[in-house]
Design a protein around this ligand. Structure first.
Ligand code: GLN
Length: 541
């Protein structure tokens, strides 16, 4: 993206590369992630104000380890190396890096030796930093001095003020590092001299302008799901090109209670935006195709396929369009291995899966460089209602994967009602602000109960509430019994065919956040987790 002031993060495959970029953006400085394989000429041409080298799984002295050109350190651009990045900076410039007897993992006390260093402004002499390494710097390269140490690391932080090069053995991007954000802020503002004027409102206005210039009188088509990303993308497009945009909203009948109507209210003819809105009620088709299907992976496939077919039919009615709008966001790009280096294992539906059946010239992804919270900030700036902008993540196949066994309209109704009650009570208790994701699911279990002196043989609803930072692991939310009891009695009383409510307290792993996640995602997160555990010397799962 064209942005006059930017910092480049060079990714060596570390787990936290995205976090590094986020922390930089939190300083209102725009930042992009590139793989270490990126041509240095391209990096130079971007004219960055600063460069940050991330951590990584390799050892610098190994054959074939990820590396960088020594020229990177002679561009006159400030460089900060983090963990592997710091080791590499030393190694490339003539220092030495060796394997330590023991790996160092977790919180460590850092002692600052040079409090006057620009990167330590506002940082206490002693503080906690987070470490994850096995190698360490045993000799610094010429021109560097030590600015901080820990018990095991004589060179926990080094600097060469003349060349504006800095290296941290620890990870400032991880929240466990007490002054980590402050140190990164010091680097981007004090060392790189960024002004910190990147704002979401500017982003919205300039993006609208750019779309208008690019699309001109052309026509664009957007598949609107009512999720945060596609909603924000649609509004940006509508502000830029008005009625030359058509949004197709495929209602598969598997949305949460009243959600389809909310989307129609916001984007339909009575809503505030100027665009063509097409709502397709395709629920009958979906239910027909799902009839009798119980295998979760098969259900997913059917829902995905049907979705594409329905969208295709509508697109055909519109005829040729010039642009197809997608709500791809930055993590999708980075996690697909397109921006950075990490997590190539995670496949994502937003990137790469182009619908080849729609006749269009080009794809527009107005949110391609934004993180989720930034997308939400743009959404709010654009005046999109909080109900849409602050929505919890909701899977594409919708309630279809929150119903175990066969999906029928009756079961969808049950889960919709139960879920609405659960969400309402969570909000009433103020837990909606602290719980990341929470929902009701319909187990396929029926059991005997008694209600009003009558025997019942009805379904059990499962409630689930989790918090997750990275979606790879999740902890359950400890909902107070009082709230659980209210939810339970309301569900039993208000939703017919439910006579039992269960609370799922399985963390992830071994559970998953939703009940039936995509098989590839499951394999990807399992292998990513396994890789992490192995790196930590942990037990395999
Ligand atoms: N692989 C290197 C080490 O073990 C760097 C680790 C990292 O960047 N987190 O020291």
């Amino acid at each position: 993206m064209d942005q006059k002031e930017k910092v480049i993060v060079i990714d060596f495959g570390g787990q936290y590369n995205e976090l590094v970029a986020r922390r930089v953006r939190e300083c209102n400085v725009y930042c992009e992630i590139y793989s270490y394989r990126e041509d240095i000429e391209k990096i130079k041409a971007m004219n960055p104000k600063g460069i940050i080298l991330t951590g990584g799984p390799n050892s610098v002295y190994e054959e074939g380890a990820a590396t960088c050109s020594p020229e990177l350190f002679n561009l006159g651009i400030p460089v900060l190396g983090l963990c592997y990045g710091a080791q590499l900076m030393m190694y490339v410039l003539g220092g030495t890096v060796e394997k330590a007897e023991e790996r160092e993992y977790g919180k460590t006390e850092l002692t600052i030796d040079e409090p006057g260093s620009l990167v330590f402004s506002g940082v206490s002499e002693k503080s906690i930093v987070w470490m994850s390494h096995n190698d360490y710097i045993t000799k610094t390269a010429a021109g560097f001095r030590t600015i901080a140490h820990t018990a095991n690391c004589p060179y926990a932080a080094v600097e060469d003020t003349d060349r504006k090069l800095f290296g941290f053995q620890f990870h400032p991007e991880v929240l466990h590092s007490q002054y980590g954000s402050q140190m990164l802020k010091n680097f981007v503002l004090n060392v790189c001299g960024c002004s910190g004027d990147w704002r979401m409102d500017d982003f919205a206005e300039s993006t609208i302008r750019q779309i208008r210039e690019k699309v001109g009188d052309g026509k664009a088509l957007c598949a609107l799901s009512g999720g945060v990303d596609s909603s924000v993308a649609a509004v940006l497009m509508s502000k830029a090109i008005g009625r030359n945009l058509t949004c197709v909203f495929v209602d598969h009948g598997l949305l949460r209670k009243d959600e389809g109507d909310l989307v129609s209210r916001v984007f339909g003819p009575d809503g505030p935006y100027d665009l063509n809105f097409v709502r397709v009620d395709a629920s009958e088709r979906f239910f027909n195709d799902l009839n009798g299907v119980i295998e979760p992976e098969k259900k997913r496939k059917i829902i995905g396929e049907d979705f594409i077919r329905v969208f295709e039919q509508e697109a055909k009615k519109i005829g040729k369009v010039d642009y197809l709008v997608q709500g791809t966001i930055y993590p999708d790009v980075v996690e697909s291995g397109l921006g950075g280096e990490s997590a190539k294992i995670k496949s994502h539906h937003n990137v790469g899966g182009l619908p080849d059946y729609v006749d269009f010239k080009e794809i527009i992804e107005p949110l391609r460089y934004l993180f989720k919270d930034e997308v939400r900030a743009v959404g709010r700036h654009l005046g999109i209602p909080d109900e849409l902008v602050m929505r919890q993540p909701f899977p594409g196949p919708g309630l279809g994967i929150r119903i175990i066994g066969e999906v029928t309209p009756d079961k969808v109704k049950i889960v919709q009602e139960a879920d609405a009650i659960f969400r309402e009570e969570m909000s009433r208790a103020g837990l909606n602000r602290t719980a990341g994701q929470y929902f009701a699911a319909l187990t396929n279990m029926r059991s005997v109960g008694v209600m009003g002196d009558e025997r019942t043989y009805d379904y059990a609803i499962a409630l689930r509430a989790v918090n997750t930072v990275d979606f790879m692991t999740a902890d359950i939310v400890e909902i107070p019994y009082e709230v659980l009891k209210t939810v339970t009695s309301r569900i039993i009383n208000e939703v017919s065919h439910v006579n039992r409510v269960l609370y799922d307290i399985t963390s992830k792993p071994p559970g998953t956040i939703d009940l039936m996640i995509k098989r590839e995602t499951q394999i990807a997160s399992a292998s990513l987790l396994q890789a992490r555990l192995q790196k930590r010397g942990g037990r395999n799962l």
